[in-house]
Design a protein around this ligand. Structure first.
Ligand code: PMP
Length: 306
């Protein structure tokens, strides 16, 4: 990733990709106190457009607030950085990675006067999992790792350190031949994937876990709104057990990177027909229409980067 042409927005300036470096004593590298976002821009008829940029930047600032990191830029400046990163790299579509981190001014947990830095990188990243995953669905395994307890890590903040839990769970799932992990909360109820929110469908109703231990996903909110307003589905937020998933008619993950990824199997049990279900397919195709600017009703969710 480091050795390529292009530019990264780094503390307010576009820096050549190869020069966007930090010191090995960068505080966030040691202790994981940093916050970040994953944002996507899609190719639309009017050029690349960022989906729900305002919502992502708002969450970035909320995460920083929780972690008591003071971002030395306004939301408007960070948003402008997103647009600059797309334009400078000439990207028709992009995955964007804004990150807020502490510098290398001091070491140790008691370090004071650390500087807060911000980057926004952008590159092309078409399919998060395999290209077939969106069509065929994926195999998922319940993780032996629990999702964060609310009093261990801050589940409303998207923190760098929080992802050690995601990496443990994902690597375990991959090593067991699955494509993704389903993490339960510390009480044993379904929480989320390593980088996605979870949904299931039973008897025509859409279910998703309450937000207690999972990230307040922007795709999650989008899908809940599309399901209610466009498909007329009842959407229920509740505690879900893993065996409720085994007997669900359909299930899928949502996330900026993963988009709407159908789940065809959990713990070697087929979900429904063992392939992408009809309601999942409807929601997925509506989602892609919305993000690609083909649903005028939701045009204000897009920010053109041209
Ligand atoms: N949960 C976790 C742990 C994630 O990393 C992500 C990806 N940001 C999500 C859920 C989905 O969030 P969003 O739809 O905002 O990308």
């Amino acid at each position: 990733m480091a050795d390529r042409d292009g530019f990264i927005w780094f503390d307010g300036e576009l820096v050549p990709w190869r020069d966007a470096r930090v010191h090995v004593l960068t505080h966030t590298l040691h202790y994981g106190t940093g916050v970040f976002e994953g944002v996507r821009a899609y190719e639309t008829a009017d050029g690349p457009a960022i989906f729900k940029m305002k919502e992502h930047t708002d969450r970035l600032f909320r995460s920083a607030h929780i972690m008591q990191m003071k971002i030395p830029f306004t939301k408007e400046q960070i948003n402008a950085g997103h647009l600059e990163a797309i334009r400078a790299n000439n990207l028709p579509s992009a995955y964007l990675r804004p990150m807020v981190f502490f510098g290398s001014e001091a070491m140790g947990l008691r370090a004071a006067n650390l500087q807060v830095h911000v980057i926004v990188a952008a590159w092309e990243w078409p399919a998060y999992m395999s290209p077939e995953a969106l069509e065929l669905g994926i195999k998922v395994r319940t993780s032996s790792y629990n999702r964060h307890h609310v009093n261990i890590a801050m589940t409303k903040a998207k923190t760098n350190g929080g992802y050690t839990n995601s990496m443990l769970a994902l690597n375990e799932a991959l090593a067991c031949g699955a494509d993704e992990a389903l993490l339960l909360d510390t009480e044993g109820y379904v929480s989320e994937g390593s980088g996605e929110n979870f949904f299931m469908i039973r008897e025509g109703k859409l279910y998703t876990p309450e937000l207690t231990s999972c990230l307040d996903g922007i795709t999650r909110r989008t899908i809940m709104q599309l399901a209610k307003d466009d498909l007329g589905l009842e959407v229920i937020e509740k505690r879900i057990t893993r065996d409720e998933v085994y007997v669900a008619d359909e299930a899928f993950f949502t996330g900026t990177a993963a988009e709407v990824t159908p789940i065809r199997e959990l713990d070697n049990r087929a979900i429904g027909e063992g392939r992408r279900g009809p309601i999942t397919e409807q929601l997925q195709s509506l989602y892609f229409q919305v993000v690609c600017g083909e649903q005028p009703k939701y045009a204000d969710w897009l920010t053109l980067a041209r």
